[in-house]
Design a protein around this ligand. Structure first.
Ligand code: NAD
Ligand code: SER
Length: 316
């Protein structure tokens, strides 16, 4: 049977790349990209407007396109959600429950929903944070992601819903800019390094955070969704490790390519969010269950980002 896939939030940082990767596997006609934007503003041969706060519209799109698998990415990220806590909670929670209900009613067969390192909090051990470490998040985004994880596990255990999830670290990519996260500095820095030769960072120089290059994140997502369900011991969300660095370490790596690049530090409200998150993650459960292994280290990620962004920004 040919799978029919729906991606929500498909115009975002992850969705824009995940949609392309899924279309390589399943074909353009079998992967419907959706987001809140009007189609007139979107160049995509298989795109529809879908507001994930509208449960009726979701049910109708799922039925019309005979959708079997949903990648539900639309959400409000950490920094924006701190400014609009109730809106962030509603968007992140209500939309997940709509899809979990559709899966419970067998309208779809499989659901992917991303969680985040934001589920951990200030009391969680920061180094090599364990899959089952303490989760008392201090941000509304983290609270919504942890609650979402528990809902996923509940629907799996009570109703047999095949929902799978990864706790993404901060994702670094060059195709689409990130939208409202605390880890966005690790993308912004590359644009500013190439365009201005300098960058003022909104986190302090020693704020180590878990990060990952987008190609690894997309591969992980698809590998998890294609994994043997009997091997999956986690139905909340999997820890995933790849990179861990501070702004100063990233700046030093960029300086290997751009020796004149300068960084300065002016921490804002996002510093408190970063301070509440782990510095590095233990992903031994993901390695064991579905053979996860990252490919991009700091050097390879930096080289790839600079090469691709130079071309994108037409910088010689
Ligand atoms: P993003 O902000 O880049 O994209 C989110 C998309 O959702 C946007 O295109 C936006 O237009 C859309 N959207 C917002 N409200 C909507 C609505 N009501 N209906 C339909 N679409 C709506 O986010 P992203 O970075 O691509 O993140 C995708 C998912 O991955 C989110 O659940 C996020 O929490 C999670 N995640 C991302 C990161 C990261 O570093 N990017 C890390 C951890 C988890
Ligand atoms: N990159 C995301 C954020 O900063 C982590 O979930 O919000």
């Amino acid at each position: 049977m040919t799978e029919k896939i729906l991606v929500t939030g498909a115009l975002g940082q992850i969705g824009s790349e995940l949609t392309l990767a899924l279309r390589e596997i399943y074909g353009v006609e079998n992967v419907l990209s959706t987001d809140i934007q009007d189609p007139a503003n979107v160049e995509d041969p298989n795109y529809e407007t879908l507001d994930v706060m509208n449960a009726e519209q979701i049910a109708s799109v799922v039925e019309k396109h005979e959708i079997t698998i949903v990648y539900h990415l639309a959400a409000m990220l950490s920094a924006t959600a701190e400014k609009f806590p109730k809106k962030g909670w509603d968007l992140n929670m209500d939309s997940l429950l709509t899809f979990l209900e559709l899966a419970k009613d067998k309208k779809i067969n499989q659901l992917y929903w991303p969680s985040s390192i934001a589920i951990f909090g200030p009391e969680t051990p920061k180094i090599n944070t364990d899959q089952n470490a303490l989760t008392i998040p201090s941000t509304v985004y983290g609270i919504s992601k942890r609650a979402g994880e528990l809902w996923c596990q509940y629907y799996h255990e009570k109703f047999g819903v095949d929902v799978r999830s990864i706790r993404y670290p901060g994702l670094i990519s060059w195709k689409t800019r990130p939208g409202g996260g605390t880890t966005d500095y690790a993308v912004d820095i590359f644009y500013q390094a190439l365009e201005e030769g300098k960058y003022e960072c909104f986190l302090s120089e020693n704020s180590a955070l878990p990060m990952m290059y987008m190609d690894d994140a997309i591969r992980a997502t698809i590998e998890l969704m294609q994994a043997d369900p009997t091997k999956l011991s986690v139905r909340t969300s999997y820890n995933l490790h790849s990179l861990s660095f501070t702004p100063a370490e990233l700046a030093a790596e960029i300086q290997k390519h751009l020796p004149d690049f300068e960084i300065s530090y002016n921490p804002d409200f996002r510093q408190a969010i970063a301070d509440s998150w782990p510095a590095s993650i233990d992903d031994s459960v993901a390695q064991k269950d579905w053979n996860w292994k990252y490919e991009f280290d700091l050097a390879k990620m930096t080289e790839t980002m600079l090469a691709n962004l130079k071309e994108k920004l037409a910088i010689s």
